[in-house]
Design a protein around this ligand. Sequence first.
Ligand code: AKG
Ligand code: MN
Length: 208
Amino acid sequence: MTMNCENRPAAQSIRGFLHYPGWLSAAEQTALRDDLRDVVAAAPLFSPMTPYGKAMSVRMTSAGRFGWISDRRGYRYSETHPNGTPWPNIPPAILAIWRSVSGSARDPECCLINFYSEGAKMGLHQDCDESDFNHPVVSISLGDDGLFRIGNETRGGKTESLWLHSGDVMVMGGDARLLYHGIDRIAPDTSTLLPKGGRINITLRVVT
Ligand SMILES: O=C(O)CCC(=O)C(=O)O
Ligand SMILES: [Mn+2]
């Protein structure tokens, strides 16, 4: 694998998304998992309702100034958890990843944590609720492998898929910032990081 001077893997571009396979060491992944336990203790995972009244298969929570919530009023950023409390701070190790790969002078205001158990998926969508698309979305994968699909700037057309593994980082920015993407499925029992299995994806965003 090609490494850069920080001894991190180099990026591979897929349709302009920058994929850093194995960015995080095993020890860093374990530390991140433990950080997320603290976040989830302060801001419990919940199953968002889609605006169509169906529960999403992914469970989620957030850290930072804004969290992502969805209910019958639609999807939106919110400064409080559905239980009314502010979100916990973004763990420093997560901010450090953003600062290494984002190329952004600002820090993220939202750290969304998605938990995929067996059978969970995320349909093709664009991340377009932020006010400045010059800042990328940075995604960090932990736990079981997830099959990530990348499409185009509009719905439809040819797509490409790749498996995201625990410790991978993906930067969705630049000309690729508004490409459709999603998770088709996870592959159970492909990682031992999470004792009960499943996949965690962390996405970082500048919102305002
Ligand atoms: O789980 C992933 O890898 C993608 C998550 C995602 O696209 C999102 O939260 O907007
Ligand atoms: Mn997304």
